[in-house]
Design a protein around this ligand. Sequence first.
Ligand SMILES: Cc1ncc(COP(=O)(O)O)c(C=O)c1O
Length: 414
Amino acid sequence: MKRLPEKGATWVEVKELLQASKTGDSEWKRGRLPLYVYWRDDELCQVAKEAASMFFMENGLGKKVFPSVQQLERDVVAMTLDLLNGGPNAVGNFTTGGTESIFLAVKTARDFARKERKAKGRLKIVAPLSAHPAFDKAAHYLDMEVVRTPLRQDFRGDPKAIENAVDDKTVMVVASAPAYPHGVFDPIEDIARIAIVKNLWLHVDACVGGMLAPFARDLGYDVPPFDFSVGGVTSMSADLHKYGLTAKGASVVLFKDEKYLDYLRFKFSHWPRGNYVTETFLGTRAASPVASAWAVMHYLGREGYQDIARTTLETKARFEVGISAIRGLEILKPNDLSFLLYRSNDKSVDIDAVAEGMSAKGWFVGRCNAPPSIHLMFNPVHAPVVQEYLNDLASVVDQVRSTGRIGSLDESTY
Ligand SMILES: Cc1ncc(COP(=O)(O)O)c(C=O)c1O
């Protein structure tokens, strides 16, 4: 069993050990990973890192003593609200990631419903099958239930199914912009209409799209209405550590109106140390991701993010053309923003065997099980490797066809 060393070591020695610990890790910088790491270049990464290290020791819990952190946080929230058409009364909070943003939205919706709508008992969230498991995780912690509804043929959430699933215990409905499994936007305007008529909280999960869709739209890509400009949207989550390209531990949860803040806050005073009030799940919080997000957003500006969106979506288009040209494979349609899924359309090409073959060549292969397909999500790190991926894919498909190999589905992405 690993034990704390009796004696310390030099930083040089420790650093070598850390470096060595990475031997088995994915070569993400060589574009081998279609998730987890969003990266453009060393220069941008350096900005994110240096800003983070400037605020390395501060603590986001200490609002009074670190007004700098609070101001940076307010700025980041304000910039994100502006991108997502928050309007004059909108507010938000910096969080550590999509899961915390979603947790806080669910907790706020629950407490709002309990107080304002006198909702009682085990309250429900209605969400399309493709919504992120963070909703179930939040529901688990908050003693709520998630009712999952079937998707339409086009993999988008089905407003009719959502409407039918709503009952007197339902307090929240969910839509994604876009949802991760198939990479498509739910029909947010239609779902919002149901939320308005039934007086329900609508959370739009834009963890993936929040920092990409506005810039894709600037460039002329067809992006459906998905943010606070859609009447009926009550809260949103948007991750900065995904397409914001900042240090990990950075997301925002946003609310249409400041009245919801009362239900977000946790207040406690029944201990000998006075009032304890937080608006996040965490107590002590790193300030580094806040500074990093603020710095990257200022360093890139709208134009920088438009460039990132352009590179990302042009890279996707090159993959799409290349994969479509490989006999035996077809692209799943529709696909939105940076996502691309492909499957076999030829009995002699088993998609699980293709996944295994690509994995053996060093590519991390994301899988979707319904329908069985291979799941890609691009960012600028993939721009230089398009041809390499396509060459490997073409040769793997040939091999699978000629050997008749059958693979097995490995769903253990996480
Ligand atoms: C649509 C969506 N929502 C929420 C999350 C959760 O975000 P995080 O992993 O930052 O907690 C993800 C993560 O991939 C996601 O794709």
